[in-house]
Unconditional design. Structure first.
Length: 261
């Protein structure tokens, strides 16, 4: 227990303002909903404005919490700066940043187009760093904050099937997380990451719907099943809350045991 804080409140994020990039679908939407359920004011941001508005509406209808939808292009620093300014103008601060925007472009390594390589690095690496930088300024001034980056088991384990660029970007996210954790520790900014294995989302549901392909993935997971967005929720709430106040620079692998062996 942290000080005299009630154990039941350790995982609450009441009164915090949480910004979730990539918050309009898949894992990001699940994390946005969970943060709202645990008491945060949630800002969802991505490029898809219509999906954002629908997500914010759904979250509010389910939790009654304050929500805001703001369009952003994470690879455009001016766009991210405007997003941060609008959130601070509306709510006064940003306490939690979840970088859930991500991209995978699968190509054979011998034929990988440079433009695709650049695009995936722009979104997964540069986009993560830009958001950390812009929100980090707000957190530095407040002398507190929690940042949760989205890595993957592919950040520490290679994988076939055209994933050379994706693996490289997630390895970069893991080291960005460690480097920022060290650099920003004096400001009481905690920087951690989540490293899921395959999570079934609208973008990957074709794998679950293909019995042979699904079994191939399940065979690598000791717990014997594919992940769901809800499996990522608990670790995110932990890293956003006071329960993780002495943890920074870490990646929690949500992988059914895949990285244990």
């Amino acid at each position: 227990m942290k000080g005299d804080r009630e154990l039941k409140d350790l995982f609450r994020v009441d009164g915090k303002v949480a910004l979730v990039t990539g918050g309009a679908g898949g894992i990001g939407e699940a994390l946005s909903l969970a943060l709202s359920e645990y008491g945060a004011t949630v800002v969802v941001a991505s490029r898809n404005e219509e999906a954002l508005k629908e997500t914010a509406k759904n979250i509010h209808s389910k939790t009654g919490g304050k929500t805001l939808a703001v369009r952003v292009d994470v690879v455009d620093e001016a766009s991210v700066a405007r997003l941060v300014d609008s959130v601070v103008s509306e709510f006064g601060t940003i306490d939690v940043l979840v970088n859930a925007t991500g991209l995978n472009i699968k190509r054979d390594a011998l034929e990988y187009p440079v433009e695709d390589w650049d695009r995936i690095f722009d979104v997964n690496v540069k986009g993560t760093m830009i958001c950390c930088k812009q929100v980090g300024k707000v957190m530095r001034d407040k002398q507190r904050g929690n940042i949760v980056n989205m890595s993957s088991v592919r950040g520490i384990r290679g994988f076939t099937g055209g994933n050379s660029a994706y693996c490289a970007t997630k390895g970069a996210v893991e080291l960005i997380t460690k480097a920022l954790a060290l650099e920003w520790a004096p400001y009481n900014i905690h920087v951690n990451a989540l490293g899921p294995s395959l999570i079934v989302t609208p973008g990957t549901k074709h794998i679950q719907q293909n019995p042979e392909l699904a079994q191939k993935y399940k065979a690598t997971i000791p717990l014997g099943r594919l992940g769901a967005p809800g499996d990522v929720v608990g670790a995110c709430i932990f890293l956003a809350s006071a329960a993780s106040d002495f943890i920074t620079g870490q990646t929690i692998y949500i992988d059914g045991g895949l990285t244990a062996g």
